[in-house]
Write a protein that binds this ligand. Structure first.
Ligand SMILES: [Zn+2]
Length: 190
């Protein structure tokens, strides 16, 4: 299949490399611990119940992940934080915008990469490697094509459910409950 990207090929390759590098670097680390190591602050002031954001540091020093008000599970919050950290890596390393000011196609593609990063990190926390080095391009690119936010949520929900099904045989159902709950919540949106 020929990949149809809104970005030049070289930029796609570099973006995926940056995400994969950080996947390896922080493999098994929780979202909050990752923020601590990266000196990123977490703040609850997003007005949208399902949307998080990334704040440019006002003093030029500390980045901030903005979360919705309380009410989400730890896994849901982890997903939102990992997603925003993916934006931060892409901005920091290759200057890719993390706001909605890009074209729609570019915006949705980057959202899909960041979702895929977040899913991979959630699985890394329970010791399951969903991204192999030689499959990283396929993994990060597979997620593209969601054409609205709700469809994106449903797609991520389905992705998590499929990965849970595969993982259950290997690591048992115990650690998968929070991920399955997240998958159901995401799949139910829209
Ligand atoms: Zn995003």
């Amino acid at each position: 299949m020929v990949w149809d990207s809104a970005f030049p090929e070289g930029l796609v390759a570099r973006s995926i490399s940056v995400l994969f590098e950080n996947y390896e670097r922080f493999y098994g680390v929780s979202a909050r611990e990752m923020c601590r190591r990266l000196q990123v602050r977490i703040d609850r002031r997003s007005r949208d119940p399902f949307t998080a954001g990334l704040d440019r540091p006002r003093d030029g020093r500390q980045w901030c992940v903005v979360l919705p008000p309380a009410g989400h599970s730890e896994v849901q919050e982890g997903f939102l934080i990992f997603h925003e950290l993916a934006h931060l890596f892409l901005f920091d390393r290759i200057g890719m915008s993390y706001s909605r000011s890009q074209s729609t196609a570019e915006y949705l593609e980057v959202e899909a990469w960041c979702d895929n990063f977040a899913v991979a990190m959630l699985f890394a926390e329970v010791g399951w490697r969903v991204v192999a080095k030689d499959e990283r391009c396929r993994y990060f690119r597979d997620g593209s094509g969601a054409n609205d936010f709700d469809a994106g949520c449903r797609r991520v929900g389905e992705l998590i459910t499929r990965a849970c099904d595969r993982a259950e045989a290997r690591i048992g159902p115990l650690f998968l409950h929070p991920l399955r709950r997240l998958a159901r919540d995401l799949a139910a949106q829209g």
